[in-house]
Design a protein around this ligand. Structure first.
Ligand code: C5P
Length: 239
């Protein structure tokens, strides 16, 4: 496999084409951003930690029957992934109230949400990723509704797997965001799963162990990511 030119560079990752049109290299950088890119910092070791973290979670989800784009780790900061045609939609499941749902609906942070909520957001930085529903998707033709339904099913299936995984590690999976795309007609999980895109609280103390430490200026951001990884049994010195 040969890495070729940069295809796209986002806020925290870059993707490169390869000599195989079905595969891409995903590079996890140390850049950390919040508030639609208004707060940006380089956090030492983040690219490496998130690359390993994502590999572990994607492999766990794949073993549970959720198709993912992850192929293999290539280096500290790089993974080989399938090239998907991404849906411009973020799928969010919340098990506890935190973040935007508290602001939008006046819900107290920490309230257990039963059943968990499901929300979709349009991937559009200029608009600040607004919340959307199936009706908007159909009207504006942003995606195929059957495929969106499948993405929703897979997002909830991931919740069952991940809630248990984190619970066993003494952590509450508060919420998370997944992105899906199409590979040869199949709906496949893309992007990444790391503490950048979910909320994780220590079960006993409710200490925040995710990107909220960066958003809220709490410090110890990567140390918290590493602690979560250590509890999951991730070896950050691989490969
Ligand atoms: O901000 P909000 O509370 O809606 O975020 C819900 C979940 O989705 C959080 O875990 C957050 O980290 C994640 N998210 C994300 N990327 C975004 C928006 C939210 O990873 N653009």
């Amino acid at each position: 496999m040969e890495k070729r030119e940069e295809l796209y560079s986002g806020k925290a990752k870059s993707v490169f084409t390869t000599d195989n049109p079905d595969l891409m290299v995903m590079l996890f950088r140390d850049d950390t951003s919040a508030f639609d890119g208004k707060k940006i910092e380089q956090l030492d070791r983040k690219g490496k930690v998130n690359n390993q973290f994502n590999a572990f979670i994607m492999q766990t989800l794949s073993a549970a029957g959720i198709p993912t784009h992850f192929e293999k780790l290539l280096s500290d900061r790089e993974s080989l992934v399938k090239r998907l045609e991404m849906m411009p939609v973020e799928c969010v499941v919340r098990n506890f109230a935190a973040g935007s749902i508290c602001r939008r609906l006046g819900i107290e942070e920490g309230l257990e949400l039963n059943p968990p909520t499901f929300e979709m957001f349009l991937k559009n930085d200029a608009l600040g990723d607004p919340m959307i529903n199936e009706s908007h998707i159909a009207t504006f033709g942003w995606a195929n509704l059957e495929q969106v339904e499948e993405a929703k099913r897979l997002t909830f299936k991931a919740n069952e797997v991940l809630k248990k995984l984190f619970d066993d590690a003494g952590l509450l999976l508060v919420d998370y965001k997944l992105e899906f795309g199409l590979f040869k007609g199949q709906v496949v999980l893309g992007d990444e799963f790391s503490p950048d895109g979910c909320r994780l609280w220590d079960k006993a103390t409710r200490t925040k162990m995710d990107k909220d430490r960066f958003r809220q200026g709490l410090g110890g951001v990567i140390e918290a990511y590493e602690e979560v990884g250590r509890r999951l049994g991730i070896d950050f010195d691989q490969p």
